[in-house]
Design a protein around this ligand. Structure first.
Ligand SMILES: Nc1nc2c(ncn2[C@@H]2O[C@H](COP(=O)(O)OP(=O)(O)OP(=O)(O)O)[C@@H](O)[C@H]2O)c(=O)[nH]1
Ligand SMILES: [Mg+2]
Length: 190
């Protein structure tokens, strides 16, 4: 079955977003590390996959975190032919700071790596810029996200790639329409 996969750092709101989108009672929580293995949720004639988050999690060692990231990469690799779309969820309030911290250490930030990985595998990817309810200078912050993912600002040039949302407020912005469009585009080919 074709699938749309939601990935992102832990606690960014992947599961909450899927809850709003599908209306299904997907487990969510305040602490990072709620979703521990890929959870498949039926949605129309496809499945939505809620992935565990990568990065910091209470009670998980650095090595454990690394293993979770590797599992995500392998999952995408193994299922690439079935994946219609990747939705990379980011916490808009902390994205720039985290990416810059990694870059200063000469490490490739996981979100940048994953974004490029989807592109390499020719899988369409949308960045859901979540927690917009907490963001003040929205255009400036969204420009910063675009730029760090290799898309030159202004972010509004990338309306089919970057979608501001607030899962907590039930605001999916254009995400639902973009997903619908993607599903219709591929209709008939599966
Ligand atoms: N302010 C705000 N909080 C949000 C938003 N979306 C989710 N949250 C909160 O963020 C926390 C984490 O939400 P989850 O949906 O469990 O996050 P997740 O990305 O699935 O986390 P893991 O499963 O641990 O990887 C919860 O306390 C949510 O209420 C949002 O749009 N705005
Ligand atoms: Mg989750």
């Amino acid at each position: 079955m074709k699938e749309i996969i939601f990935v992102g750092r832990s606690n960014v709101g992947k599961s909450t977003l899927i809850r709003v989108l599908t209306g299904k009672k997907v487990p969510v929580g305040k602490l990072p590390g709620v979703t521990r293995k890929p959870l498949r949720i039926p949605y129309q004639n496809i499945q939505i996959t809620d992935m565990p988050g990568f990065g910091y999690m209470s009670k998980v060692t650095r090595k454990g975190q690394e293993a979770i990231k590797d599992n995500i990469v392998h999952y995408i690799e193994d299922n690439a032919s079935n994946i219609l779309l990747g939705v990379m969820v980011v916490n808009t309030t902390s994205f720039a700071e985290i990416v810059d911290r990694w870059t200063q250490r000469n490490e490739i930030p996981v979100e940048v790596e994953l974004f490029e990985f989807f592109n390499e595998l020719d899988i369409d990817v949308i960045v859901a810029a979540n927690k917009m309810d907490k963001v003040k200078d929205q255009d400036i912050v969204l420009d910063g996200i675009a730029q760090r993912l290799g898309m030159s600002p202004p972010w509004r040039q990338w309306l089919d790639k970057i979608v501001p949302v607030s899962a907590k407020k039930g605001n999916l912005g254009e995400l639902k329409e973009l997903i619908q469009k993607k599903m219709e585009e591929t209709h008939g080919s599966f």
